[in-house]
Ligand binder design. Sequence first.
Ligand SMILES: Nc1nc2c(c(=O)[nH]1)N[C@H]1C(S)=C(S)[C@@H](COP(=O)(O)O)O[C@H]1N2
Ligand SMILES: [Mo]
Length: 318
Amino acid sequence: MLIKKPSDIPSSEITPKWLYTNRRRFIATAAMAGAAAMGYKAFELFSPSESAQANEKLQFTKSQYSTTEKQTPYKDVTTYNNYYEFSTDKSGPSELAGKFKPRPWTVAIEGEVAKPRQIDIDSLLKLAPLEERIYRHRCVEGWSIVVPWIGFPLKALVDVAQPNSKAKFVQFETVYRPSEMPGLNRAVLDWPYVEGLRLDEATNPLALLAVGLYGETLPNQNGAPIRLVVPWKYGFKSIKSIVKVRFVKDQPKATWNEAAPNEYGFYSNVNPNVDHPRWSQAKERRLGEFLKRDTLMFNGYGDQVASMYNGMDLKKNF
Ligand SMILES: Nc1nc2c(c(=O)[nH]1)N[C@H]1C(S)=C(S)[C@@H](COP(=O)(O)O)O[C@H]1N2
Ligand SMILES: [Mo]
């Protein structure tokens, strides 16, 4: 047993009282004391999410929208990440997100709404019953995963926000905290990270605000405490750690679209027939598998989303 109970720790190892006030820090400190006593460093013994965070169990119901495909192991979902605010390496976010504080947290609702307001994360968690949604996720770089997200429909937030008749799009913004997110000190992207959806996309039943995965609150590297999941679009549309939701008249700025408009369109629907200028989008590699598989139109979610794009040229509106 590596984590000693307070009563097991010799007085020489007992931490100053101020550390006790934070339960997570206390657990980490106790674990490190135990590990140090055995001659190990704590990071050698715990995966980052286990050592840096105490994720909480969530209550949820099952969703009709879940795939029955094999789920990508927790370890892969939480250590192979894209989160440039921490690092551009896939393993970087899980190693560097330990300092990030996902609570307290509020999300600002702004723009073309009945009344701009701030909503606390605890109120957001009560907006609608939490569901488990097992979704395919397709990154534009060619890998894919299957994740059991826990969350609620984005539509529940849109309904509470009460957009007026001028609102045609929704823009989302990620928190900007250089002291907790080392990647922000490099100008790899134009910070803060922003993304957007058309209003009908935002209210599509598949658009999810995720607050957890694998039955527990989100690890920091996966976008704690609340992130978007848009399973029919390339991964970069699924913006993490959201602090602002802005309802607007015109198509809003989106980070990757701004960075390279010829490579990343605003819509970015998964489409095996429209290649990225520098590589094909016809196939993908499921994390943990050797052979590539065919990429499906709308990532396989066409029945639920294709009608939103009727009459649009998806080669132009990529
Ligand atoms: N704020 C922010 N959100 C982000 C990103 C990012 O770098 N910053 N990366 C995106 C990309 S490219 C992908 S594939 C997914 C990855 O989510 P995951 O790490 O939970 O699998 O997050 C998306 N959301
Ligand atoms: Mo991605």
